[in-house]
Design a protein around this ligand. Sequence first.
Ligand code: IPM
Ligand code: MN
Length: 372
Amino acid sequence: MKLNIAVLAGDGIGPEVTAQSIKVLNAIAETYSHSFEFREALVGAIAIDKTGNPLPEETLDICENSDAVLFGAIGDPKYDNDPSAKVRPEQGLLRLRKSLGLFTNIRPVKAYPTLIDKSPLKESIISGTDFTIYRELTGGIYFGDKKLNDAGTVASDLCKYSEKEIERIAHLAFKAARSRRKKLTLVDKANVLETSRLWRRVVSNVGKSYEDVELDYLFVDNAAMQIILNPKQFDVILTENMFGDIISDEASVIGGSIGLLASASIGNENALFEPIHGSYPQAKGKDIANPIASILSAAMLLEHFGLKEEAQAINEAVEKSLSLNIVTTDLDPESAFGTQKIGDFIADYIVNAEDEVCINKENINFGQSTII
Ligand code: IPM
Ligand code: MN
């Protein structure tokens, strides 16, 4: 298969982790005879520095003319600490999601058996957890009218949803549940918000076409608690934009590190793949950032194009690295492995999987190259 992939590495650790995904995708291309072409483009704070715009037209153009977008991270402390900044890096990502029509954000959450003890939660609570969050990505309070009065003393953000916006993601979430354990939980705040009541009505109507899927409802405050108390109860969680943003960061605690959570953002014509973590500016350039979330996002990219075996090869290589404790220091503070070495191992393992027996334990211990 031939794929044109736009690479928007962005800020902070974005370029470092994305470089590992490209390494891994090149290993897949080599092993399975595909041709992946990468085109880099600017986004975020670095794009503001160079062009004054967090999403330059040229970047949008490249994305629109690619099969998929591989996204790194955006954000920079100089904007975080300046509430009066007129232009912010995040606007680049939000405009990109909106312009490409990426209305569904899929965030899988899983407890890896080899990492169980890395989570602050008890093993008995998290082992066996495997659910996916379907987060609406182009509506709600993120995109409603924003106002600030002239005196700068009163502000408002409008949360708005239409039936159509809810229906289209609900279908995708029901289909996902159908191919999994057939349970869908709608997370909302229907005891308070009119938009949530609309979500309930529309989702329960859509549910009539998926009678084999069990549909239940949970208020978001309760859901936040249930994710920590009993995460195994969930299969597919469907929710609006901001609730999804918040509970997916919360859910990342289950896996032991936010550096493991990947995501796919899907629209009718475009798709973007990105780790859920931010730009982690403190780690920039230090070769300590965990590249796995980005690498697993690359696996989601392959799966999106039907390359199941290839996606599985990445997932297996990632699991191998975790089980051999070839991890960054967020997962093992004693680890000698950096961002690039993790990428090298995973790419090597994909190319040489059958030679698994040749993995040189001694070199692994020294943090050197891992496959003879
Ligand atoms: C995410 C991020 C973004 C969001 C920010 C960077 C705008 O937190 O992808 O979860 O809030 O959607
Ligand atoms: Mn977020």
